[in-house]
Design a protein around this ligand. Structure first.
Ligand SMILES: Cc1cc2nc3c(=O)[nH]c(=O)nc-3n(C[C@H](O)[C@H](O)[C@H](O)COP(=O)(O)OP(=O)(O)OC[C@H]3O[C@@H](n4cnc5c(N)ncnc54)[C@H](O)[C@@H]3O)c2cc1C
Ligand code: FES
Length: 251
């Protein structure tokens, strides 16, 4: 992930700012507590969240405000203005949510809100198996936990590694400007803490939808309550002279 700059710009929201400076449906960039903060207005309601996208540091103040969300201008991650929650890919982490108070014709950003979003789904499957360890499989596993699903989740991937940031491979990583630690989407510890079992280097070779069972390339079988297919795509292999030369690689 990109390094964050410590420089802050715009008005100091801790000291107060005129409410009229933020028109309805608009956003204003400022700072509080040494961090860039985005204040957005919807009717009479004001929201304050971190202004830097948690994906690759995109400037949310230059993004699009849609209802109670802001969309990052770089790769269109969505954040909930009421909570700071990352609600659509590719961002995985929330931005900070701030307390905002109105006093007279001014507003003040008065502190950070550390609440967790505790949710309890109405009904849940006995277990979930996700086939695919790309961005989609990873996001599905994370969202199940965030939405309060606490049953067993198993993520099965034919890849050798845990889910990683594929788009970066052909850009900063290939150019040598992204260190290797930016590439995994999450650490092994993250999956352990979230109780998401990961099976790498493992293909699903058969799905028996009637008995709700998958067969793996190592001969094991696993039963599931719900099965999620996130098997993505493979690169099209070139069929032209030279395509089998040793310096031709596929990402
Ligand atoms: C080099 C590169 C650069 C890219 N750049 C961009 C970009 O700039 N912008 C952009 O929007 N997109 C980009 N993409 C595309 C983006 O990465 C894909 O859209 C995204 O990876 C799709 O995610 P996915 O989880 O749906 O599928 P995939 O990433 O294809 O993952 C599929 C997963 O399913 C697993 N799988 C498949 N079959 C089985 C099986 N039978 N058993 C077990 N596991 C199985 C695979 O091992 C893999 O883990 C790029 C992709 C690559 C490779
Ligand atoms: S930097 Fe915001 S979506 Fe990528």
């Amino acid at each position: 992930m990109a390094e964050a700059s410590n420089e802050v710009h715009g008005p100091d929201f801790k000291k107060g700012c005129k409410i009229d400076e933020v028109a309805g449906g608009k956003m204003l960039l400022g700072h509080a507590f040494g961090e860039q903060v985005l204040v957005a207005r919807r009717g009479d309601e004001l929201f304050a969240i971190g202004a830097t996208c948690t994906h690759y540091g995109g400037p949310l103040a230059e993004g699009l405000m849609v209802d109670c969300t802001v969309r990052c201008p770089w790769h269109h991650a969505h954040f909930d203005l009421r909570t700071g929650e990352a609600i659509a890919a590719p961002a995985l982490n929330n931005v900070t949510c701030y307390k905002i108070e109105k006093r007279g014709d001014q507003f003040f950003v008065t502190g950070k809100i550390d609440e967790k979003f505790a949710r309890k789904p109405k009904s849940t499957p006995a277990s979930v198996i996700i086939i695919g360890g790309g961005a989609a499989g990873n996001a599905a596993a994370e969202m199940l936990r965030r939405e309060g699903y606490d049953g067993p989740i198993t993520l099965i991937t034919a890849d050798e590694s845990l889910p990683y940031d594929r788009p970066n491979l052909s850009k900063d990583y290939l150019a040598g400007t992204a260190p290797e630690e930016w590439i995994p989407l999450r650490s092994a510890d993250f999956y352990r803490e979230q109780k998401i079992e990961t099976l790498t280097n493992t293909s699903v070779t058969r799905i028996d939808a009637k008995s709700k069972r998958v067969t793996l390339s190592n001969g094991r079988s696993l039963d599931y309550g719900t099965l999620l297919l996130a098997t993505g795509a493979e690169p099209v292999r070139l069929d032209i002279p030279g395509s089998d030369l040793p310096h031709v690689y596929y990402l």
